[in-house]
Design a protein around this ligand. Structure first.
Ligand code: MG
Length: 346
């Protein structure tokens, strides 16, 4: 078994600004992603990590994690639970770093067995009550740029709008001058008090907004049950929802969770999270970071088990090196190729 890493500079069409991370004007809009490749018997499985500073990961920490394994003592790839347990026990945090190997393993396993990732996931028997429609994200920007972005997003029937600024009402009013499309709002922890958040949500409920993501900072989760009781719109946990262990707490303060492979440590735990959230009667969104079509396609295979999809990570980029899931008028089209199902475009 060989395991090795490569990196890739993913360039964005626009700087990607959320409430806690603004790209300084004039700087390059580049995200460094890491690919891990697991090779055995002439078959190569590939996974992706899109490390985020918000979760204390960088391309360097991911590479260090992946290259620190001694492949001669790792369990065989054929033994799924032993192999993935070895990855899990290697370091406590590092969720994107674990994801890159989990994803590479799933790609390898499906290729080895000549099946699509979708067919493999069907074996998990999750309730088939999901979606094939994705939203498209409008990041924080000057109002004239936001207007331009809304025009560029003409093919998408659902927009996800980043708020959590001093300018939130103006942003929504600018978008509403152009379109009546359904909006989903992501405050990215940007509203500082529960009272302020409630006021914003009550107003947003009059603006054809469908749901609210992460209104308060994750460290204020204890205030979320107060907000959940009063909010006229469903509340989704993103930064408050990392791995499986966080779901029970999220159920107290949120109506739903945003599952992302980079936070969950990959596909295997995302499946466990979807199952648990369903048991708790929660709504589920499948989301992504800024990622290539490799990681986005892996997540797209899970959309049919989730109520909402926000899988525009590759669509926000101008040099996506993979051909994978595509989006047509907001509808996700998952490729029918073995493994995760992507092709290297280069
Ligand atoms: Mg979010």
């Amino acid at each position: 078994m060989n395991i090795f890493c490569t990196t890739y500079d993913l360039k964005l069409h626009h700087p990607f600004n959320v409430s806690y991370a603004r790209t300084p004007s004039g700087s390059a809009h580049v995200r460094k992603v890491v690919f891990a490749h697991i090779e055995q018997e002439g078959i190569t499985g590939t996974g992706e990590a899109s490390p985020s500073k918000r979760y204390n990961e960088t391309a360097e920490t991911v590479q260090e994690f992946v290259t620190s394994f001694n492949t001669s003592v790792l369990p065989p790839l054929e033994d799924k639970s032993a192999f993935l347990s070895a990855i899990e026990s290697h370091a406590p945090a590092s969720t994107a770093a674990k994801c890159v190997l989990d994803m590479a393993w799933h790609d390898w396993w499906c290729k080895k067995n000549n099946i699509l990732l979708g067919a493999y996931l069907a074996g998990e028997k999750l309730p088939l009550i999901g979606t094939d429609m994705t939203s498209f994200t409008i990041g924080i920007d000057e109002l004239d740029v936001i207007e331009q972005k809304v025009h560029e997003a003409v093919q998408y029937p659902i927009l996800k709008v980043k708020l959590g600024t001093d300018n939130d009402e103006k942003i929504i009013e600018t978008i509403r001058k152009t379109t009546n499309k359904v909006l989903r709002v992501d405050a990215n922890e940007g509203w500082k008090t529960k009272e302020d958040a409630l006021k914003k949500i009550e107003w947003l409920a009059t603006q054809n907004v469908e749901l609210i993501e992460q209104p308060l900072p994750a460290e204020r989760d204890t205030e979320m049950p107060w907000l959940k009781e009063r909010s006229p719109l469903p509340l989704f946990a993103d930064e408050s929802c990392g791995r499986l262990a966080s779901i029970e707490r999220c159920a107290e303060g949120f109506h739903g969770i945003n599952v992302k492979l980079m936070k969950s440590t990959g596909i295997a735990e995302a499946v466990r999270m979807i199952r648990r959230a369903r048991e708790l009667g929660m709504k589920i969104m499948i989301g992504c970071f800024i990622e290539t079509s490799l990681a986005v396609t892996a997540a797209a295979h899970l959309a049919k088990y989730c109520d909402y999809a926000d899988l525009d990570g590759a669509a926000l980029c101008e040099n996506d090196p993979y051909i994978g899931a595509t989006i047509a008028k907001g509808k996700l089209i998952v490729p029918e190729r073995v493994g995760i199902g992507v092709l290297w475009r280069g």
